[in-house]
Design a protein around this ligand. Structure first.
Ligand code: DGL
Length: 272
């Protein structure tokens, strides 16, 4: 039994969608969540910059004696998961790309799928590679949706601006002849995107299954904890929130992603 917390980080508040799934799956575990809000977005930055940021965020969490690191950011997972595993060994590191790819492959029957992600995640091809390892026959269309991050942070999950952005990004998924989707499953490959799920589902209609990696990542974390003997026996876990920019904004935007009240007093401001 190991009472230490699990460290979770993202470029900002998007990873709170993953934290929410982690807490639902493992209510006895404690978590330290770090949002690198001062340097958001990661999704439009180059791989070496994101890798350096991820290294600093993970090192901060390891210094707080966490027992595992969860990279709750697709962009950072895409460029840094292997790197962090090597550097932080023996602390286990779980990213969100593999679980997301697995959820997507489980959801498709036609083997024609789409990935919505940040430009950084799309340009590295991490989802295509992960999907090819699971099922090489699956055909993937990847779309970089940088604006979705700002819409999600602004809380604009519905309305004309969001609908226009959804249409502009997703139109290529519709067949030109009938206007029906050419895919049957899509992964929200950015932890900011689950709050836009309703708008995406509405545009694509009922024949496309929309998945995100939060729940499958939580399953991976839970089974790794069990296999490594790292579970806690605590009755109810605690959560600490850290942010590299103002706690007030983290709390205002974050409560929407985690789906619970969050006040600035709950958030510790740190520097990396
Ligand atoms: N939440 C990050 C991800 O999953 C994207 C946000 C950003 O661009 O920093 O990729």
């Amino acid at each position: 039994m190991d009472e230490r917390a699990i460290g979770v980080f993202d470029s900002g508040v998007g990873g709170l969608t993953v934290l929410r799934a982690l807490r639902e799956a493992m209510p006895r575990e404690s978590f330290v969540y770090l949002g690198d809000t001062a340097r958001l977005p990661y999704g439009t930055k180059g791989p070496s910059t994101v890798r350096r940021y991820a290294e600093q965020a993970a090192a901060h969490l390891v210094a707080r004696d966490v027992k595992m690191i969860v990279i709750a950011c697709n962009t950072a997972s895409a460029v840094a998961v292997e790197h962090l595993r090597e550097r932080l060994d023996p602390v286990p590191v779980v990213g969100v790309i593999e679980p997301g790819a697995r959820a997507l492959c489980a959801a498709t029957t036609t083997k024609r799928v789409a990935v919505l992600a940040t430009p950084g995640t799309v340009s590295g091809g991490a989802y295509e590679q992960a999907i090819a390892r699971i099922d090489p026959a699956t055909r993937v269309i990847s779309i970089a949706c940088a604006l979705f991050v700002s819409l999600a942070e602004e809380g604009w999950v519905r309305g004309p601006v969001t609908e226009a952005a959804v249409e502009a990004y997703l139109r290529p998924l519709l067949s030109s002849a009938e206007g029906t989707p050419e895919i049957d499953a899509l992964v929200l490959g950015c932890t900011h995107f689950p709050v836009l799920r309703g708008a995406v589902e509405e545009f694509l209609g009922p024949n496309v299954t929309v998945v995100d990696s939060a729940v499958t990542t939580a399953q991976v974390v839970s089974s790794q904890l069990a296999s490594l003997g790292l579970n806690t026996a605590d009755f109810r876990g605690q959560v600490r929130f850290l942010a590299t920019d103002e706690p007030v904004r983290f709390a205002q935007v974050g409560r929407f992603f985690i789906g619970q009240p969050l006040s600035a007093a709950d958030v510790e401001r740190i520097d990396l």
